[in-house]
Design a protein around this ligand. Structure first.
Ligand SMILES: Cc1cc2nc3c(=O)[nH]c(=O)nc-3n(C[C@H](O)[C@H](O)[C@H](O)COP(=O)(O)O)c2cc1C
Length: 248
């Protein structure tokens, strides 16, 4: 493949003006979910590449963040759902520290959505339902790939796929180590690119009533190390969203 050298100054000069749309307070609902639904629908209908791809950031027990891309498979007022291997790096990091950040970047729309919150495994019935809706080779793949582990070569995957294909034929069950996660948002940011770097950034933060917050802190204190105390738990109907504009 021919390669073209990219000079440092050419790289530094790569920039564009963002001019496609605006995001005003008056156009934003009190609740972030309908806005997210609207933006996701617009990304799908605009035929941007992989509109359902989102970056998931987790933090290891050494305090170091890591990211990867996954596909959103559903969302509702409880949160956003994706599927993966629970024994993967992200799975292990979430087991130790159940907080994550998500990011969608819809380049053609000059939009970013950032979402933060606590992550939980979805229930097994939901994971079974989605697993059984997948194509057969993807279901076998979930057995064949020890995701995030070092393997000796590609042949390991090919041999595993053949082995599990022969074992399960047309009806592989869901591997016990594979399923869904749901992130329950307590912070959202909607970013719309604007000219002159004066972008629109609207943030939603979940605010708890004092009594709930104290209960949450006690609960969090029992379950998690102290650096998690500032984070809220699942949305339970007793909290409300604060909407505010951030400087770009
Ligand atoms: C567009 C795209 C979509 C992906 N979707 C998923 C997914 O839904 N679930 C998943 O486990 N990995 C998915 N992957 C692979 C992950 O990015 C990643 O390689 C894998 O989950 C292992 O990550 P980890 O080692 O950090 O756990 C996707 C990759 C790309 C590029």
């Amino acid at each position: 493949m021919p390669s073209t050298a990219l000079s440092a100054s050419a790289l530094a000069d790569l920039r564009k003006s963002y001019e496609k749309a605006a995001l005003s307070e008056s156009a934003c609902p009190a609740d972030p979910f309908p806005l997210f639904e609207r933006w996701l629908n617009e990304a799908v209908s605009s035929q941007v590449p992989e509109p359902n791809a989102m970056t998931v950031a987790t933090v290891g027990d050494d305090g170091r963040p890591s990211t990867r891309v996954v596909l959103i498979k559903g969302f509702d007022a409880r949160g956003l759902v994706w599927f993966t291997n629970y024994q993967s790096r992200k799975g292990q990091e979430l087991a130790a520290n159940p907080f994550a950040a998500l990011q969608f970047h819809w380049v053609e729309l000059e939009r970013v959505v950032r979402i933060e919150g606590r992550v939980e495994k979805i229930d097994e019935v939901e994971s079974d339902a989605y697993f059984n809706s997948r194509p057969l080779d993807s279901r076998i793949g979930a057995w064949a790939s020890p995701q995030s582990q070092v393997i000796s070569g590609r042949q390991t995957l090919v041999m595993n796929a053949a082995k599990y294909g022969a074992q399960f034929l047309l009806h592989p069950p869901r591997p016990p180590h594979w399923g869904g996660y749901r992130l329950r948002p307590d912070r959202w940011e909607f970013w719309q690119g604007r000219p002159s770097r004066l972008h629109d950034r609207l943030q939603y933060r979940l605010q708890y009533r004092l009594q709930d917050r104290l209960q949450d802190r006690l609960q969090a204190h029992c379950e998690f190390p102290s650096h998690h105390l500032a984070d809220g738990p699942a949305l339970n109907g007793t909290a409300s969203w604060i909407r505010e504009r951030l400087a770009p």
